[in-house]
Each structure stands twice: as structure tokens, then as C-alpha cells.
Ligand binder design. Structure first.
Ligand SMILES: *[C@@H]1O[C@H](CO)[C@@H](O)[C@H](O)[C@H]1NC(C)=O
Ligand SMILES: *[C@@H]1O[C@H](CO)[C@@H](O)[C@H](O)[C@H]1NC(C)=O
Ligand SMILES: *[C@@H]1O[C@H](CO)[C@@H](O)[C@H](O)[C@H]1NC(C)=O
Ligand SMILES: *[C@@H]1O[C@H](CO)[C@@H](O)[C@H](O)[C@H]1NC(C)=O
Ligand SMILES: *[C@@H]1O[C@H](CO)[C@@H](O)[C@H](O)[C@H]1NC(C)=O
Length: 512
């Protein structure tokens, strides 16, 4: 199956758009579609060799032999697990640990009761007040009633990166075994425990695997929640210092760097994640969408941006007369930001692109985000722009900073990156409400024409190379390719963007 091949193809994915979506539409079918679609998807899977996937969702020993059972239980058996409005573990009682391991992207465990951290043994204990003669479950190890292990990172299907993530033990124990493990810090709000390891350091992963899942998981607490972080990085806390207080009103805890026993009455370990760079309202308690997430970003960056603007004004105060005011009837030009890259996937004739865009009527800003560039500054640029152009890559994640409903995002798609470009940025950008234009370059616009024979599959059939494995995609198409835009061809997209923006502006003027 296509998606299964993709999984094999990309599962060892590396640093950037990394790996991938195993079972892309399996996930959708599983989570989002209503029952009839779930059934048709399952039927399709079962009949088209996808039945090998079925055990991931149901503990069928043999999917085929259970085909009839399966239809027999469709109205009750399945709905319990699949009804998105009542996800697994949605109601747990005091003193229990419940883990939902049904999603392919992440595991998540819930605990309620007398919860105490113990970082020297990478454990979180849940002390049960139940008497020792209680018939809870078989005793695992002495006083242990239940022992769950979890790696709280959202790329569960990528074994290579998961191997680097710290594992946490969630152990429920009888209270009478509680010696010398008294609370050093008592919290009266829940904990959300997650890792900032893995691919953290790449902006796409920071938002996709971290910040957005954190929003999804913690939004219900309305900032009354403490973040407990595994593989804690000071730089991460600093980089997201504007956003974090809008998710949690309390300072985050460095799980490994803080030996104190933190006590909670509720804890969630692991994060929920919906899809690439998005929030699915159907799966949220209060229907929040990616637009609500973006509104949170806007609130988060406002104080800093107000400060930056004031500073800039102070610098130029007293010089006001030097620059004549724009004439009243002279319309403001639409602003276009080019997210520029050096090296691989750079646009080698960027200066000509800039000229062409200016001729059409754009005010062009070239931005080259570095890992150290303050996010508020990038937000300020993009929130005040009407269009953004960039070559497929992690920096495209900044489309999240553009204003929904009135902005255009043009993604330049180098050879061999169609699928990743659409999956990681194209579709999510549309979900945010941007006008998305994907520009697939022609062979002539790729630097690979200089390296390969015109009949080489690298040029004629990129998908065959992608199928050979992620290393091929990465080495050939991501790391060794630059783009020389054919401006005759590309100009059409620029014009389309310009027309779209002027039309939107006119409409909003009419309404005003
Ligand atoms: C659950 O456990 C916590 C911590 O031991 C306790 O404070 C709370 O009262 C308990 N709630 C119920 C409903 O038993
Ligand atoms: C525990 O409960 C199960 C079912 O409720 C019962 O079969 C079993 O005998 C009980 N065990 C003990 C030790 O009470
Ligand atoms: C945690 O405990 C270990 C061993 O007792 C000690 O070496 C370390 O310094 C402690 N760390 C902190 C942050 O207190
Ligand atoms: C969420 O959506 C449901 C169904 O569309 C609707 O009934 C409900 O009022 C919505 N809730 C909020 C908070 O918008
Ligand atoms: C983003 O742009 C909108 C529309 O111009 C503006 O209302 C908002 O204040 C801006 N946000 C920030 C943080 O500057």
C-alpha cells in the first residue's frame, strides 16, 4: 500500500521534515471520519492487504477470520474505542493509571490521586489508599499494583528517534509502602509531563511535535497546569518564553534536574497530537482550531512586538520631517516576505525574483530566519505581510505566523518533494485559512539537471527514488538541490497572489 511504502521509505527520517506519516489516512479514518467511513476504510484495509495494519487498532489475531465478527460489533464494540467524543481514559477514578496507546503518533497516560515524582528512578508514583487486601490487579512487584512505561514524545512510530527519548515509569503502589518519599513541593493544579528531546531544535518539529500538541493537551486547563519536562533545555524555555505563560501560569519543572518530590493530584504524561501542524476542532473539548492556536500566538507576541515598535520609534523620533508622509490616496503596497535559504534549496536567482515581485507592485522583504532569530521578530514580519514565498523546508512552519483569510503562501516545491511539501505545509496552511499556492518547479529550474543525465530517473521519475528510501530523498532532493526560478512561469503565481490580495483589500474596504 502506498502509505505503507511511505512509512518504510521515510521511517528513518532525519532532521528536517523527517519522517512521516505512517498510515496517513488510516489516522484520519480512525480519528476523524464518522463511523460509516471508518467502516469503509477498514473494509478497504482488510480487502486491500492493509489488514496487516488492523492489529494496530484492534487486537485481532487474524483480521480476516474476524471479518464477520467485525461487522457484527460495528454498532457497539467499535464505537467505544472510536468515538472521538469519548476517547480512551476520558474518565478515570482516583488511584488509577490509564494509558491510551491506541494512536500511532503518541501514547498518553492519565493518573489521578496521590501522585509523587521521583526523578532519580525516572518514576512517577501513584499511592493507592486502598487496603492491601483489595482485589485491584495482580501485584507486579512487591507493592506495585500497576507499572506502565511511557516515552512522552509524539513520534511513536519512528523507532530511531524514540530510542533517544527518556522513558518514564508510572507506578501505582500501596500507600503503606510510602516511607521517606514525602512531598517537597505540593501543587494544586495538574501536571502535564512531556519531553523536549528528539528533534527539538528544528522549528518544524518544535511546533509540530511540541508546542501544538502541548496546546492540544493543556488547553482544557486554561493555564492552571504545571509542565514537567523531560530532556529539559533552558534554550527551549527561553525560545518559547512568550508562548509558555499562555499555556501554563506556573514555571516549568526540569524533571531530571530537580530531585525534589513534586506532588500532584492529577497528571497527564505524553501529549495528544492530531495531524501535521494543526488542531482538529472535532477532537477538542471546546472546538478550538488552529486559528485559535494562532490567536494565542498573537496575544503571546503582542507585548514584545509593541515594545519593539516603540523602540524603533524612539530611535527615529525627531527625524519625522525627513521622510515625507505617504499621500493619502496612494494605496499601500501589498507586502511580500521571501523566506530565504542559503545552500541547499536556495533560490539562486533570488535577486531577479525580488525585482519581478517589485515590478508587479509588491513591497518585498527578504528574511533569512536563523535558529537564533527571535520568534517574535519573525512573527512581526509575517503578521504584517500579505504574502510569503519560500522553498520547501522547515522554515515553512512560519506560515503559522501569517494572518488567516487574507494572506497568500507560495511554496516552491523542488523535484522529489511533492508529497512532503503538500503534507507538512500545503494542507496545514489551507486548514489555517491561507490561500496556498504550490509551485512545482520544472526540471529546468532544478540544479539537478546539471548533475544528472536528462534521462536519469532522478529527473524523470523522482517518486521511484523516493520509494527507495528516505536517505535517497534526503541526499538527492533535499540536500543537493537548488532552484533557479523560471520567472516567466513563476510570474503567473505572483500575479495570482497580487490579484487575490488586492481583491481581499477591496472587499474589506467596501465592508468598512
Ligand atoms: C482523590 O485523591 C486525592 C489525593 O489523594 C484527594 O485529595 C481527593 O480528595 C480524592 N478525590 C476523591 C473524589 O476521592
Ligand atoms: C479478584 O476478583 C476476581 C474477579 O472479580 C476473582 O475471580 C478473584 O478470585 C479475586 N481474587 C481475590 C484474591 O480476591
Ligand atoms: C540530585 O541527587 C543527586 C544524588 O543524590 C545529586 O548528586 C544531585 O546533585 C542532585 N541534583 C539536584 C539538582 O539537586
Ligand atoms: C462545538 O461544536 C458543537 C458541534 O458542532 C456545538 O454543538 C458546540 O456548541 C460547539 N462548542 C463551542 C464551544 O463552540
Ligand atoms: C497582527 O496583525 C493584526 C492585523 O493587522 C493586528 O491586529 C495584530 O495586533 C497584529 N499582532 C501583533 C502581535 O502585532
Amino acid at each position: 500500500m502506498v502509505q505503507h511504502q511511505r512509512y518504510n521509505q521515510l521511517k528513518n527520517g532525519g532532521d528536517e521534515e523527517a519522517a512521516t506519516l505512517v498510515f496517513v489516512w488510516t489516522n484520519r479514518g480512525y480519528y476523524r471520519r464518522r463511523r460509516p467511513k471508518i467502516l469503509s476504510f477498514l473494509l478497504l484495509s482488510l480487502l486491500s492487504c492493509g489488514f496487516i495494519l488492523a492489529p494496530h487498532f484492534f487486537s485481532f489475531s487474524s483480521a480476516l477470520s474476524h471479518l464477520s465478527d467485525f461487522f457484527g460489533v460495528k454498532n457497539d464494540g467499535l464505537s467505544g474505542d472510536l468515538d472521538v467524543n469519548a476517547p480512551l481514559c476520558s474518565s478515570i477514578s482516583n488511584g488509577s493509571v490509564c494509558c491510551d496507546r491506541s494512536h500511532f503518533r503518541s501514547d498518553i497516560c492519565f493518573m489521578k490521586g496521590d501522585i509523587r515524582t521521583h526523578s532519580p528512578t525516572s518514576s512517577v508514583f501513584l499511592y493507592s489508599s486502598k487496603n492491601s487486601d483489595d482485589n485491584v490487579s495482580s501485584t507486579v512487584d512487591g507493592d506495585e499494583l500497576q507499572h506502565e512505561k511511557i516515552k512522552p514524545y509524539t513520534r511513536k512510530w519512528e523507532t530511531s528517534i524514540m530510542a533517544t527519548i527518556d522513558e518514564l515509569n508510572l507506578i501505582s503502589k500501596r500507600r503503606n509502602s510510602d516511607v521517606d518519599h514525602s512531598c517537597d513541593v505540593i501543587h494544586d493544579v495538574p501536571a502535564v509531563i512531556f519531553s523536549t528531546g528528539g528533534y527539538t531544535g528544528n522549528v518544524y518539529h518544535e511546533f509540530n511535535d511540541g508546542i501544538i500538541p502541548l496546546y492540544i493537551t493543556s488547553q482544557q486547563f486554561n493555564t492552571e497546569v504545571v509542565f514537567v519536562i523531560l530532556e529539559y533545555h533552558d534554550w527551549w524555555v527561553m525560545k518559547y518564553a512568550d508562548i509558555l505563560p499562555h499555556l501554563s501560569s506556573y514555571p516549568p519543572i526540569d524533571f531530571n534536574g530537580d530531585n525534589r518530590t513534586h506532588c500532584f493530584t492529577e497528571a497527564i504524561t505524553g501529549l495528544r497530537i492530531h495531524d501535521e501542524l494543526t488542531v482538529d476542532p472535532i477532537l477538542m473539548k471546546n472546538n478550538e482550531s488552529i486559528v485559535d492556536f494562532r490567536n494565542l500566538l498573537d496575544r503571546a507576541y503582542r507585548p514584545r512586538i509593541t515594545g519593539l515598535i516603540r523602540k524603533a520609534q524612539e530611535k527615529t523620533s525627531g527625524c519625522a520631517l525627513a521622510t515625507p508622509k505617504r499621500m493619502h490616496n496612494q494605496p499601500k503596497k501589498p507586502k511580500l516576505v521571501i523566506l530565504s535559504r542559503k545552500g541547499s534549496r536556495a533560490i539562486t536567482n533570488q535577486n531577479i525574483l525580488v525585482k519581478a515581485a517589485e515590478e508587479i507592485g509588491f513591497e518585498v522583504h527578504v528574511l533569512r530566519p536563523e535558529p537564533t532569530t527571535e520568534l517574535a521578530k519573525i512573527y512581526m514580519e509575517l503578521n504584517s505581510s500579505d504574502a510569503m514565498i519560500g522553498v520547501h523546508g522547515a522554515a515553512m512552519t512560519h506560515f503559522l505566523f501569517m494572518r488567516p483569510r487574507c494572506s497568500v503562501f507560495i511554496q516552491v516545491i523542488p523535484l522529489g518533494t511533492d508529497w512532503a511539501a503538500e503534507t507538512y505545509y500545503g494542507e496545514p496552511a489551507r486548514k489555517l485559512g491561507l490561500k496556498y499556492i504550490g509551485y512545482k518547479i520544472s526540471r529546468r529550474e532544478s540544479s539537478l539537471v546539471d548533475e544528472y543525465d536528462k534521462d536519469d530517473p532522478v529527473l524523470t521519475d523522482p517518486s521511484s527514488l523516493n520509494q527507495k528510501g528516505w536517505e535517497y530523498t534526503k541526499k538527492i532532493y533535499l540536500e543537493r538541490q537548488t532552484v533557479k526560478l523560471d520567472l516567466t512561469r513563476f510570474r503567473k503565481r505572483l500575479l495570482r497572489a497580487y490579484d487575490y490580495i488586492t481583491r481581499i483589500h477591496l472587499q474589506s474596504q467596501h465592508l468598512a
